[in-house]
Design a binder for this molecule. Structure first.
Ligand SMILES: [Zn+2]
Ligand SMILES: [Zn+2]
Length: 277
């Protein structure tokens, strides 16, 4: 097998966690699942590693429809719906209508992912900001958490949240700031979700941030199939790999693995109201 082929292989399924964890942000469709059987297979692998529940997140309208459907196929799967900031260039009334309907579904536990992405050049800042404001309002109208995608847009995200008035619960998915920005988010009462990026050896500022967030505002995610944790960076990612991230973060924070799993699961349950979904 060539080195290239090996890179495409999933990491091994690690030993199960000492308590059940939640992957707070994944994309099961982008992981390759289409059918109920394919969803079950991914969730079974997650369960074998001690990751008992996952939130699958939409990035466009078709993906939002699929995520809601998938959340009805397996009671370990919850959904989040929104139009990803990079796709907001042609956001129209028809899209808004579909999202307004889908978000009411009881298995939809968050409005996301929405926010701002100044890294990719797919949608200009104006439609992104307009869509972000619309999603903030939607989250408030339906009383569900807002799940934020923030790529190189920290200050504009905070500014727009302040201008619009933030929903009761705001989650920064794949948190990517430094300690100072993390502290600003913590002080604002926001929840920070850490992905495999926090395990990367060169992510010094992010690893500092991951140490100061109170456990009541701390959750973990894969953002699979992207951002596979160390030491499998570059391989495909799946929800079970949050197991590796939890191990790494427990060490970083000087906690036992069990303490961190129990705490992040309690926070995810509270934030997404998983027992009511
Ligand atoms: Zn994102
Ligand atoms: Zn994502």
């Amino acid at each position: 097998m060539s080195k290239r082929d090996r890179k495409r292989e999933l990491p091994p399924v690690p030993e199960a966690l000492p308590a059940s964890a939640v992957d707070a942000h994944t994309h099961l469709d982008a992981c390759g699942a289409k059918t109920p059987d394919e969803v079950h297979a991914i969730v079974e692998r997650a369960q074998a590693a001690g990751v008992g529940r996952v939130v699958t997140v939409a990035d466009d309208i078709a993906s939002a429809q699929w995520a809601v459907e998938a959340s009805t196929w397996d009671d370990r799967v919850f959904a989040a719906v929104a139009l990803h900031p990079t796709r907001t260039k042609d956001f129209d009334d028809a899209d808004r209508e579909v999202l307004e309907q889908l978000v009411e579904h009881p298995r939809v536990v968050a409005v996301g992912e929405t926010g701002l992405d100044y890294y990719w050049d797919y949608s200009p800042p104006e439609p992104q900001q307009e869509a972000f404001r619309w999603h903030i309002d939607l989250a408030k109208r339906v009383g569900k958490p807002l799940m934020i995608h923030d790529r190189e847009a920290h200050q504009d995200i905070l500014r727009i949240l302040a201008e619009e008035g933030a929903p009761e619960t705001v989650v920064f998915h794949c948190f990517s700031g430094d300690a100072e920005f993390a502290q600003d988010c913590v002080d604002a009462g926001y929840v920070l979700s850490f992905a495999g990026t926090a395990t990367f050896r060169n992510a010094k500022a992010l690893r500092e941030a991951a140490q100061l967030v109170p456990l009541e505002q701390f959750v973990v995610e894969t953002d699979a199939p992207f951002l596979t944790p160390h030491p499998f960076r570059g391989h495909p990612n799946e929800p079970y790999c949050v197991n590796y991230t939890l191990r790494e973060l427990a060490e970083l924070r000087g906690m036992t693995l069990e303490e961190l799993v129990v705490a992040t699961t309690a926070t995810a349950e509270r934030v997404f109201r998983l027992d009511q979904a």
